[in-house]
Write a protein that binds this ligand. Structure first.
Ligand code: HEC
Ligand code: HEC
Ligand code: HEC
Ligand code: HEC
Ligand code: HEC
Ligand code: HEC
Ligand code: HEC
Ligand code: HEC
Length: 449
């Protein structure tokens, strides 16, 4: 503690300088509303809230250099980048079949599965109608037709501002304020809440950790559902709740870490009508696209037992794929092991997976979070349901969605997979036998995708 505050004193001028350019929204009177001007030319009534003062990640880095350095290695810090930044451009413009050139792209959006391009027109941004798919190295058209909001916007890419449809989840501050992007990318205050008060206290010489902590959110100290909400503000397909002042925005305006997210966002209905597959979900409500990790996860037993996204994902390290704490099976084996109360219940991992220990078929995530959803291309996005039942061949019989087994065994039939499962016995044997019967009575089309 002492060393921190001593070190701070030396940095004081820098910090107070930054505090001068703070953003302030709301007049502090509970329930009152104030008009706030938006960067993108939007004006919105914002519920008056005390203390919505952001400082930006650079200021946090002065006292938390390790968290900053770790975060800077994650994709959260690299979602939106300048095309001139070294390594930022992954699309190959030499093969671009569209009429736009790199000069039309003011900002790059994404880089892992796909890359899109933001063009500034007036004081807002718009997405060029084209996309680069990383896995296939292909250019494809981009123009959303199935999103819930399309009926509210003209069929013209120049009439769909990112400030309303995208930026909330790709920046820091816009969700909380409804009006202002504090910085591009998912930075400290997107997960920890606005930080000015926290810093003021340290600078005022506060020594009691409890008091220093009181004005900054540490998600690990929240009840598990509020903690997961911190991630769900962006990783959940949702809709503006009924009576929302922001019916045309696709992010939970006004939400701050620690809040009950359901006040600001309703979950997307799992399908238009029962028995129908929607843009977002298979018939049974399992996600068929990216960005829906939350919609899947909240249905899982792990969630119901209080497991949180950041029990597996490290927000301050991009060392392993998808920011996981440990690679491969070791992540799952932090809490699971043979014959542990949380399962699996066999004597060895191989005994559970029925594949050789070093086989890809013995990797927990290949059966429990298979790539069955679409991201840039089909079968790319991992399911976050965890329960095998959601991704079993039975689901293909009943709801036509891809299953974990045939994801790898593409040359084999559904019947083959169900028979293998039934032969392996296990607690769900009767389920697989029933599915085999079902298959016999109403054959379905075999789907690999
Ligand atoms: C002037 C120095 C300073 C600055 C700037 C600063 N912090 Fe802190 N922060 C501290 C100190 C001191 C603690 C107390 C350490 C402890 O918990 O014992 C702390 C604790 C925290 C904690 C842990 C709280 C808990 O409940 O465990 C978080 C999270 C945090 N800071 C985030 C931030 C973020 C985000 C920013 C930028 C908005 C920031 N800090 C800026 C000094 C600072
Ligand atoms: C995507 C969300 C997210 C972002 C972005 C993020 N954090 Fe965190 N941070 C968390 C979570 C979740 C925890 C609790 C982790 C745990 O204890 O398991 C945490 C814990 C902390 C802590 C307390 C524990 C520790 O590691 O000392 C500090 C301090 C902190 N973060 C600072 C920062 C700073 C500074 C930044 C920006 C450079 C930042 N965080 C960015 C989610 C985030
Ligand atoms: C403000 C919105 C926002 C918040 C809050 C947020 N994320 Fe993200 N997250 C994103 C976006 C956008 C991406 C895509 C980044 C990219 O591909 O460049 C992403 C990517 C990820 C990835 C994939 C990283 C990779 O390397 O491909 C993981 C894992 C992740 N987030 C987990 C979390 C967890 C866990 C939390 C909560 C502690 C969280 N996110 C909070 C918006 C957010
Ligand atoms: C409700 C939050 C939210 C909104 C709104 C949103 N995104 Fe995202 N976006 C995310 C998250 C979270 C991810 C990363 C997780 C994933 O892809 O599964 C992501 C990923 C992406 C990626 C892929 C990144 C990569 O590295 O492959 C692109 C491109 C993208 N979004 C573009 C858009 C565009 C364009 C819009 C507006 C039309 C938009 N998003 C609206 C949350 C959102
Ligand atoms: C932080 C601890 C933790 C980690 C890490 C963890 N799990 Fe779990 N998991 C649990 C708990 C707790 C349960 C619930 C056990 C129960 O109540 O029976 C569970 C249950 C499960 C179930 C059974 C679900 C059901 O509906 O029956 C599966 C499958 C599972 N986990 C897979 C995984 C996989 C795959 C990984 C690694 C990607 C993993 N887990 C990592 C704690 C964890
Ligand atoms: C080849 C596919 C496959 C792999 C790989 C796999 N599982 Fe499973 N897992 C299943 C199936 C199938 C079930 C359902 C078993 C039943 O009840 O019939 C299951 C069930 C579970 C359950 C629920 C309890 C139980 O045993 O029924 C847990 C927990 C679990 N798996 C964890 C893991 C972990 C951890 C790993 C990695 C070490 C793993 N699984 C790897 C197929 C797999
Ligand atoms: C039990 C562990 C566990 C939990 C809990 C968990 N994830 Fe993941 N997540 C993983 C693993 C493992 C991967 C894939 C890593 C790989 O591909 O090697 C992954 C991948 C991702 C990705 C990358 C996209 C993709 O399709 O691969 C995102 C984004 C993500 N998780 C977000 C979240 C969010 C948000 C939550 C909470 C709602 C969450 N995760 C909960 C283990 C977990
Ligand atoms: C990640 C890819 C992968 C997944 C997922 C997977 N397998 Fe396999 N499977 C393999 C590989 C590779 C082999 C070759 C032998 C080995 O490595 O054990 C194999 C072998 C087999 C065999 C024995 C050889 C044969 O062809 O008759 C059976 C039966 C089998 N798998 C059934 C299943 C079932 C059922 C599931 C779903 C629960 C499943 N596999 C999931 C990759 C996978």
């Amino acid at each position: 503690m002492k060393t921190i505050s001593m070190r701070i004193l030396g940095k004081m001028p820098l910090v107070s300088l930054c505090l001068c350019v703070l953003f302030w929204a709301g007049d502090g009177t509970s329930g009152s509303r104030s008009e706030v001007k938006l960067a993108g030319g939007l004006t919105t009534p914002l519920e008056g809230r005390v203390g919505i003062i952001y400082v930006g990640s650079k200021v946090c880095s002065t006292c938390h250099p390790e968290n900053y350095a770790g975060w800077a290695t994650t994709r959260h810090s690299k979602m939106i980048r300048n095309p001139a930044e070294p390594g930022a451009l992954v699309a190959d413009f030499s093969t671009n079949p569209f009429s736009f050139t790199l000069k039309d792209a003011d900002l790059l959006l994404g880089n892992r599965f796909k890359q899109r391009f933001m063009k500034k027109i007036g004081d807002d941004y718009y997405i060029l109608p084209m996309q680069w798919n990383v896995a296939t190295k292909e250019w494809v058209k981009y123009f959303p037709k199935d999103e819930w909001w399309v009926s509210q916007y003209p069929e013209n890419w120049q009439k769909r501002p990112t400030s309303k449809l995208c930026d909330g989840c790709h920046s820091t501050g816009l969700i909380g304020t409804g009006t202002t992007i504090i910085e591009w990318n998912i930075a400290c205050e997107a997960c920890h809440g606005p930080g000015a008060r926290h810093i003021e206290e340290v600078l005022a010489g506060e020594q009691d950790p409890a008091k220093i902590r009181a004005n900054i959110v540490n998600p690990s100290r929240l009840p598990f559902d509020r903690a997961v909400d911190v991630c769900l503000q962006c990783h959940l397909s949702g809709r503006p709740p009924e009576g929302s002042n922001f019916p045309d925005r696709d992010y939970p305006v006004g939400y701050l870490p620690g809040d009950d997210l359901s006040r600001y966002r309703s979950p997307a209905p799992s399908s238009g009508r029962e028995g129908h597959e929607s843009h977002e979900f298979f018939k049974d409500g399992v996600s068929r696209k990216n960005r829906n990790q939350g919609n899947d996860f909240v249905q899982s037993r792990m969630y119901s037992r209080g497991v949180r996204c950041f029990d597996c994902h490290n927000p301050h390290s991009g060392r392993y794929t998808s920011m996981v704490y440990k690679p491969g099976n070791s992540l799952c084996l932090t809490c699971h092991r043979s014959n542990s109360p949380a399962g699996p219940f066999e004597d060895s991992i191989s005994g559970h997976t029925h594949h050789k220990p070093d086989s890809p078929g013995s990797l927990c995530i290949e059966c429990h979070m298979p790539r069955i959803g679409k991201n840039a291309v089909a079968l790319e996005s991992r399911c976050h349901c965890f329960d095998f039942e959601f991704v079993s061949p039975e689901r293909t019989v009943l709801y036509d969605h891809p299953n974990a087994c045939n994801r790898c065994h593409q040359d084999k039939t559904l019947e083959w997979a169900l028979r293998a499962l039934a032969d392996w016995s296990g607690s769900q044997r009767w389920r697989w036998l029933k599915a085999l019967q079902e298959l016999k009575e109403r054959p379905v089309k075999e789907t690999g995708d």
